[in-house]
Structure formats: C-alpha cells, structure tokens
Write a protein that binds this ligand. Structure first.
Ligand SMILES: Nc1nc2c(c(=O)[nH]1)N[C@H]1C(S)=C(S)[C@@H](COP(=O)(O)OP(=O)(O)OC[C@H]3O[C@@H](n4cnc5c(=O)[nH]c(N)nc54)[C@H](O)[C@@H]3O)O[C@H]1N2
Ligand SMILES: Nc1nc2c(c(=O)[nH]1)N[C@H]1C(S)=C(S)[C@@H](COP(=O)(O)OP(=O)(O)OC[C@H]3O[C@@H](n4cnc5c(=O)[nH]c(N)nc54)[C@H](O)[C@@H]3O)O[C@H]1N2
Ligand code: SF4
Ligand SMILES: [Mo]
Length: 730
C-alpha cells in the first residue's frame, strides 16, 4: 500500500479509536488537529505547510530533526543535516516519533487509582484535583517521615533537572536517575583512572575493540555513524560479544567471548604490550602512575591463561595486542556505554581504561579525548534547610564508592522494602519505567507496596504508571518547550540543541516543569520556581549569545574543536595527578588498586546465563508499543543455540518456560547460532502488565521478571548478567 494512503487510513483509524482525543484536542487547541485532518482528506489544494526544528527524543541521543507540518499535523520527521552530532541520520525509532505523538494509547488526563494497585481501574481527575491531592500527600509524608521520606526518580530528559530542583527545595536527598541501571560503573572506572570521563574519537581511529558495545544496533550518535565512516577509512573493528550482533556482523573479527571474562582478555592484552615493550616509554613515564606495579601485576595474566578463561585463542590475543600497539595512538578499547552487567563491572572497565593508557591514546587524534564544552548558565536555586532530615541518602554506604548525586536504584529499593535506615513512603517517577528496566520486577512491586503514595508522569500507561496511585499525562517532545541541551559528542563536535513545540500540547497533557511549579505553589515553595522556560534559557545563554542566532537559523549550534592536545601540560584530576594504572585511592578504600581477575561463577548444569541487550528498533522498554516499530517486532523470543535446544528437545517457535531464582516467564523459542550455547537472550520491553499498552499487552515476556538484582560492588550499578536460568518446554 502506498505510504500516503496508509498514512491516511491509519490517521482515520486513530481518530475512531480516540474519540476522547478529538474532544480534548478541541478544548485545548482550538480544533486544529481535527480541522487539519478533515481538510487534508478532502480539499488537498488548501494546504498550510511548514517546517520546524526539533531534537529527537525517541532515545537520549537528541539527534537533530526537521518536522514537516501540514495543516497543523506532523506528517513526517526528517534529519537535520546541520546537526554534526547526528550527521544527517534519523534512525528507525526517530522516524517512528510521529507514531508516539499520535498514539491512541497516550495518557490524556490525570488519573487516580481506584481499586487495588495494578488492577487498572482509574478515575479521571481535573488538574486542580490531581495537584491538590498530590500536594496533600507530599505534605503528609514530609511531616510524618521527614522530607527524605519521599523518593524522586527522573529518566533522561532535558526537564529532569526541574524534578531534581523540586526534590531539593521540597527537601529530599533521595533523588535517583536511570543511570544506576545504565552506565555508572563505566563512569566510575574511567573517572578514577583519568579524572574525567573521556570521549572516544571513533572517527579518526584505526583500530577499535568493541567489548559488548553494540554500536550498530544500540545507537549512540555520532559514534555509530563515525564507526561506519572509520571502517570505510580502513579502521579495523574487533567485537567481543557472546551474541552475533549486527556490530559483530559488520566487524572484521568477532569473538563470542565467554560472558563475564572480558577482564581476563584485557589483562592479557596488557601483559603482551608490557612484555613486548610495545608502549610509548615517554608517555608512560610522563603521564601515568603505577606502571611498575602494573607490570608485576599482569605478569601472571598470560594469553594462554586468558584463552582458557575467555574462549579466545591465545594467538589471537597476542596478535590483537600487537596490531593495536602498531596502530597506537589511533587505537582504542571503546569505553562502551551500558555497564549494568557484572558485580565487578567497575574493575572490568578499569581494565579497558588501563589498556587505553598503555596505548598512549590520551588526548590524541583517534584516541580518548575530552572535547571542549560550552559553559552554559543556569538559574541558581537556594534550597531551604530542613532540620529534622536524616544525615544522608537512604542508600548511603551500600556500595564502596557510589556517586552521591546518582545513588543506586537497586540499593534504594532494598532500603524502601526494609524501611531502613529510615522509611520512604512516597515516590515520584518522571519519564522512567523501572518496572521494566529495574532487574527483579517482583521486588519493584514489593517496594511499591510499601509506599503510601506513588505518582508517575508519563506519556502512556507504562508498567510503572500502571502501579502508581496518581498518573499525570505529559506532552511528547514534539509538543514541549525544553531547556537547551548542551552535549559533548565525539571529536567532531560538542554543541547545543533546541526543542520548541512543533505543535501545541494535545489533550490535557502538561510538562513536568509546569507540574512541579504548581506543586511548589501548593507547598508554599512557589518562590523557588518564579521563572519561565524562556527565563531559564536566557540564563543558559547569558555568556554565549552567539549560540542563540545559530539555534534560530539551524536548530542546532556546533562547536568546533580544539579537541586534541588540550590536556597538554594540565594535571589529571586524580590523586596522583596522572593517569592511574594503580589507584592508591582505591587501596585506601579497601578496593583492589588494580583489577584482579575473579573467575565468573560457572553456569550450573542444565542452566544458561541470560544477558541483556538491544536491537535497533526498540529503546529500552519505551517503544515496543509504537505502531510503526511494533510492525517490525510484535513480541520477543528467547535466543537459544541449536545444540542445547536439541538436547532439550526444543523446536523453533515452541513455547518455553524460563526460570531463575526470582521469577519465571513463558516465551517462544528462537533457535539461532547467533548466541553461545551457554548463553540465552531476550529483548526488553515485552510481557507488560499494563493494559493501557494495547498493542503489546499479552505479547512476549518481561526479562526484568527473571533478572536477579545484583549490584556492582564499587558503584552500586545494577548487575544484570549474573543470572542463570533453566529453560524447558512450557
Ligand atoms: N531489562 C532491561 N533493563 C534495563 C535495560 C535493558 O536494556 N533491559 N537497559 C538499562 C539502561 S542502559 C537504561 S538507560 C535504563 C533506561 O530505563 P528507563 O529510564 O526506564 O527508560 P525507558 O525504558 O526508555 O522508559 C522511559 C519511560 O518514559 C516514558 N516516556 C517516553 N517519552 C516521554 C516523554 O516525553 N515524557 C514523559 N513524561 N515520559 C516519556 C516511556 O513511556 C517510558 O515509560 O534501563 C536499564 N535497564
Ligand atoms: N536502538 C537502541 N539504541 C540505543 C538504546 C536502545 O535501547 N535502543 N539505548 C541507548 C542506551 S541508554 C544505552 S546505555 C546504549 C547501550 O549500548 P551498549 O552498551 O552497546 O548496548 P547493549 O545492547 O545493552 O549491550 C551490550 C552487548 O553486550 C553483550 N554482552 C553480554 N555479556 C557480555 C560480556 O560478558 N562480555 C561482552 N564482551 N559482551 C557481553 C550483549 O550480548 C550485548 O550485545 O545504547 C543506546 N542506544
Ligand atoms: S538515535 Fe534514533 S531514536 Fe535516538 S535520538 Fe537519534 S534518531 Fe532519535
Ligand atoms: Mo542506558
């Protein structure tokens, strides 16, 4: 069917499905959408066409886009070629943004839970009723349990900063982001080695090892784009992944490494580089700390030993070490992104950081760099002091070196369940879905059952919203004005991107900035939010007026370098003022100063290790119900290798039961050689509880239901690859 006809049909279907939508639109935004739709299907010659800049929000990358608007309806999203970060790319999910906007499943007005939690019975409220009710709960919980008795959790978003500011003026230190389920152990490792989190200059690199970094499916711009260009320019790509991902398929070499053994591989690489003196002596002397200790330490980690641990032949390890050293400094171990995998993930990532240091790629073209970043302003906010508050966050001290500003979802959830060190009875979530993305779903349910009040701000009835007491509808990114987003990307640029409403907010949806302002007023804290979004943006641009012009003209501002050599002569922000191969600070904190390899637990007989990952058309848990993306995959399945499948008598497509120590799910088998025989896999975002997600409800299984909630010991990052499951025919 031609795309245009298909579009018209689906728009009509959308209108039928959503009578409430039409009514709400008519109230909010003088019939524009309805009017435009009627005009469009009839008199095609009366057309009001315009284009508007925005930033994609189908994942955190914020690729630049240009929306095509016809008679008030967004028809299509195109890439903004001026964005150097996204380099003229809008991925499948980015293109599907229109279906997120016009999704009949969108939340339309505030809803109050009726009946039991998770029963799915709701009462429609006006905004005044909803905000009065919420303010009452905030007040009550603050008085009864101190202000820290309220927990705040906001996902990746330009407006998340206002949720954090609201938490601070309300008086709670218990603020967590999604990051303790994502990349904190990676950040910990690189910060503790280099004093800053570097950016990989993928574009100019000649040799890249991608350890479980699935850049051609788990898209990170510009790295995903640069990787392709670099490959075209002769860069060698080596992927280590227990699964044959698209990245593995596009790499020169793929090793299905035994899960949990990457540190053995990199310690052996370090062994070869040091033993064969393949490093830059001057660099090591001037810029690193603890080389002699490292030399002694890695002597034991021979390639022959690592081969047995990793299932990667010793000869290949030796060859890769030599090839990398020959390409250095334009060679790197890609730092990767999600590191919520093992209990020693910080130390695993330290081993990547150390090999990078041995390659001498710091601050060099094709190496690890720290691009110049724009200094944007903000509106200063003085938070009141609440005398009765406890001394610390509820999860304080539960990991050896937690990031105070991020905390740990895993440890916070445990603390809420135990009521220790003090009770938490309220929870606000904004644009995050821990019911799907926090390992061990039953524990999240248990946590919620310990609360007096839970409030969720989302665009659809996510599983997390489904469990809440009060659900508030938010506008999508195409209907909102956000603060400016300042980003640092790769070598090519850092910059600023702007997001203004392309069309007015539909239904009764309200941005979280407005929500927290209204709550603050009701809690006598209104004085802290006496500014508009325009005021906020003006403050951001105070010292960089040139940016405003570019944003107006191009929708994005790109800051060209300098990107290399900017660290020359500067001390590293570490204890020794150098790159720490050896960390005395770790030693002082009772942590191994250099990564010490510990064999991962053996997969018990008749069991598999289950790992987490992504494909190119799903963003974590958030887009499986998107009409366009859903067409690409309607449910998930369990990837299982033909060998164990045949032993278990499992046929392709057959129904399975997958059981771990914390839960069990039913899911269809996908028999494939694209995973190791000892490792199974399923996509995230299926097996939902929410009946409000009409396309995927009842489809597939929820991986978080069976993932054990272990944590990285150092950072408190969730560790999701430590789970073993038993698989049998259902
Ligand atoms: N099982 C499993 N767990 C994981 C991961 C995994 O792959 N599998 N990945 C981990 C990683 S790397 C990360 S980053 C985290 C991410 O975990 P989350 O922060 O939970 O991210 P999403 O799953 O994308 O959920 C985003 C939520 O925001 C809602 N939303 C989308 N757009 C808007 C909007 O404009 N406004 C509002 N108010 N809401 C919106 C969506 O409906 C959805 O409920 O999960 C981690 N946990
Ligand atoms: N399409 C798409 N793009 C995305 C996202 C998305 O959800 N969808 N999410 C964004 C976010 S928030 C993030 S954090 C990034 C995540 O980006 P990545 O970290 O690159 O992605 P993942 O797919 O989570 O994971 C890693 C890979 O590690 C493999 N793996 C499992 N165990 C091991 C092991 O022990 N060793 C090795 N070497 N590999 C292992 C898995 O099979 C998987 O393919 O992607 C971002 N981009
Ligand atoms: S990578 Fe795709 S989904 Fe993410 S911001 Fe860019 S276009 Fe949007
Ligand atoms: Mo992430």
């Amino acid at each position: 069917m031609p795309a245009r006809i298909n579009n018209l049909i689906s728009r009509r279907k959308f209108l039928q499905l959503s009578g409430a939508l039409a009514a709400a639109t008519a109230i909010n935004n003088p019939c524009r959408v309805l009017y435009a739709l009627t005009r469009d299907s009839g008199k095609k010659n009366v057309r009001d066409i315009r284009e508007a800049f925005s930033a994609c929000d189908m994942c955190f990358n914020k690729c630049g886009l240009i929306a095509q608007v016809e008679n008030g309806v967004i028809k299509k999203l195109d890439p903004n070629p001026k964005s150097l970060k996204s380099k003229g790319m809008l991925c499948a999910r980015g293109n599907a943004g229109v279906k997120q906007l016009y999704d009949p499943d969108r939340l339309k007005y505030p809803l109050l839970r009726k009946g039991a939690r998770g029963e799915g019975k709701w009462q429609r409220l006006t905004w005044d009723q909803a905000l009065d009710h919420a303010a009452e709960q905030f007040d009550k919980i603050g008085k009864q349990y101190t202000r820290c008795g309220f927990l705040f959790m906001a996902g990746t978003d330009m407006q998340s900063t206002f949720v954090h500011q609201f938490a601070e003026v309300y008086g709670s230190y218990n603020i967590i982001s999604h990051e303790s389920n994502c990349l904190l152990s990676r950040n910990r490792a690189f910060l503790d080695t280099y004093g800053v989190m570097p950016t990989p200059d993928v574009l100019n690199c000649k040799y890249i090892i991608l350890p479980g970094a699935n850049r051609f499916e788990a898209l990170v711009t510009p790295d995903s784009m640069d990787l392709m260009t670099a490959k075209g320019n002769g860069c060698k790509l080596v992927t280590l992944d227990p699964r044959f991902t698209k990245t593995a398929a596009l790499s020169h070499e793929w090793y299905p490494i035994k899960p949990g053994t990457d540190m053995a591989f990199f310690l052996a690489i370090a062994h070869v580089i040091i033993k064969e003196e393949l490093y830059d002596n001057k660099f090591i002397k001037e810029k690193t700390f603890g080389f002699e200790e490292l030399k002694d330490h890695v002597r034991q980690y021979t390639p022959a030993w690592a081969a047995k641990e990793t299932d990667i032949p010793a000869d290949d390890i030796i060859r890769i070490a030599r090839e990398m050293a020959a390409a250095a400094p334009a060679a790197m171990v890609y730092p990767g992104r999600r590191s919520s995998d093992y209990e020693d993930s910080t130390q695993i990532r330290r081993s990547y950081a150390i090999v990078n240091a041995l390659l001498g790629n710091w601050d060099k073209k094709g190496g690890l760099i720290v691009p110049a970043k724009l200094k944007v302003g903000s509106i200063h906010m003085e938070a009141p002091f609440y005398e009765d508050n406890p001394d610390n966050r509820v999860d304080a001290g539960m990991a050896q070196m937690m990031f105070d500003e991020e905390g740990s979802f895993k440890h916070t959830r445990d603390a809420v369940i135990e009521g220790k060190p003090y009770p938490i009875k309220g929870w606000m979530t904004y644009k995050t879905n821990p019911m799907q993305t926090g390992a061990n779903r039953n524990k999240t349910i248990e946590m919620i059952n310990h609360l007096d009040f839970m409030m969720s701000v989302d665009i659809v009835m996510s599983d997390t919203a489904y469990m809440a007491d009060l659900v508030l509808p938010a506008p999508s990114y195409l209907e909102r004005q956000d603060p400016l987003s300042v980003f640092v990307a790769s070598s090519t640029c850092s910059g600023v991107i702007i997001r203004d409403p392309v069309i007015p907010a539909m239904f009764e949806s309200k941005p979280v900035f407005w929500i927290v302002k209204e709550l603050a007023k009701r809690l006598d804290l209104g004085e802290h939010f006496e500014f508009t979004m325009d005021d906020f943006r003006k403050a951001q641009l105070k010292d960089i007026p040139e940016v405003a012009k570019a944003l107006e003209k191009d929708g994005v501002y790109n800051l060209a370098g300098p990107n290399y050599g900017i660290y020359e002569g500067k001390p590293f922000k570490t204890q020794s003022k150098k790159i720490e191969l050896y960390s005395a600070r770790y030693k002082d904190n009772g942590i191994e100063p250099m990564p010490v390899y510990k064999k991962p637990a053996m997969v018990p007989e008749n069991h598999f290790r289950i790992v987490v990952g992504r494909n190119a058309y799903v963003t974590q848990s958030g887009s499986t119900n998107n009409a366009l993306l859903w067409e690409l995959q309607k449910e998930n399945s369990l990837w299982i290798h033909p060998k164990p499948a045949s032993i278990l008598g499992i046929k392709d497509g057959e129904n399975l039961e997958v059981k771990s120590s914390v839960g069990k799910v039913n899911i269809k088998a996908r028999i494939t050689r694209e995973t190791r025989p000892d490792t199974v896999y399923m996509d995230t975002g299926y097996g939902v509880l929410s009946k409000g997600l009409t396309k995927i409800f009842g489809k597939g299984a929820c991986i978080s239901e069976i993932l054990e909630d272990r944590a990285d010991i150092i950072s408190g990052n969730m560790a999701m690859h430590e789970t073993f499951v038993k698989v049998r025919k259902a």
